[in-house]
Write a protein that binds this ligand. Structure first.
Ligand code: BTN
Length: 263
């Protein structure tokens, strides 16, 4: 084990998962995908993979996830025993739960952008990439999370939108403690969330989402590639995790797909 994480947190994480820490890797999601293809059945699950540097970090919709020395990058491999129809809620539900973990850690409000981005200090702070693999009758979930802990001007130079972060800056002597704690709390929360994944969001969870929505009440466009799929006022999400856009008298619900929301 290298010096990347605090021993106390590592010991706690190891009670729940098989932990692997890399100095450098292409992508923690890709690593786990290859692992599933090779030896899924004999693996003690969950497996948690953390990397200090990613050389080919993947985002959603084929985008890149830009690396930073002050970001936390990890992926969890978990087998899923629930009904597969519940997986429609997986990414937004993890975002909802992770939002709470990150708000508590940063002691400031982290917002949510449908379907599964987290915003803090005026920009995207964390992203989730979930991938599902079926092998020998078992469903394996790979849940990759990237969190910008401190702001890094290099990240802003490499993406077209403004990146956010949980903290403006972190004292170098504090970084290891903060990343270890966030990794411990986030991984525990994700494992719990997957085990208890509901079929539908409760009224309380919908309210929680809508109150934390970064674009709550705003007029938005739903965009797929260069094409505007729909436009309307964001009136929240429904129990299936679909975004509701209201245009005049009409309210349309959109599932998670290739489209993304823009103001
Ligand atoms: C997004 O586009 O918002 C999702 C970003 C997910 C990035 C994380 S970093 C750890 C894991 N490994 C990857 O290659 N991607 C995810």
């Amino acid at each position: 084990m290298n010096d990347y994480l605090e021993t106390e947190c590592v010991e706690k994480i190891k009670k729940e998962c098989l932990l692997q820490v890399f100095d450098e890797i292409d992508s923690t999601n890709e690593y786990l995908k290859k692992l599933v293809k090779r030896e899924a059945i004999s693996l003690p699950l969950p497996v948690l993979v953390v990397a200090e540097r990613q050389t080919a970090g993947k985002g959603t919709k084929g985008r890149k996830w830009v690396d930073s020395p002050t970001s936390l990058k990890f992926s969890l491999l978990i087998s899923f025993a629930g009904e597969s129809k519940r997986l429609a809620l997986l990414s937004p539900y993890i975002a909802l739960k992770l939002r709470k973990v990150l708000s508590a850690a940063a002691k400031k409000e982290v917002k949510i952008k449908w379907p599964n981005d987290l915003y803090c200090l005026e920009g995207k702070t964390a992203g989730i990439l979930t991938e599902i693999i079926q092998k020998a009758g078992t469903l394996y979930l790979i849940i990759g999370v990237g969190i910008n802990l401190a702001s890094d001007p290099e990240v802003n130079r490499n993406i077209n939108s403004l990146a956010g972060s949980l903290f403006k800056r972190i004292d170098p002597g504090e970084l290891k403690r903060i990343r270890s704690l966030i990794l411990l709390c986030a991984s525990e929360e994700i494992i719990r969330t997957v085990k208890n994944l509901p079929e539908e969001l409760s009224a309380e969870e919908i309210k929680d989402w809508n109150q934390s929505d970064v674009y709550n009440g705003q007029r938005l466009r739903l965009i797929e590639g260069e094409r505007i799929v729909s436009e309307g006022q964001n009136v929240g999400i429904d129990k299936k995790g679909r975004i509701l856009l209201q245009d005049g008298n009409q309210t349309k619900a959109f599932c998670i797909g290739e489209a993304s929301l823009r103001p």
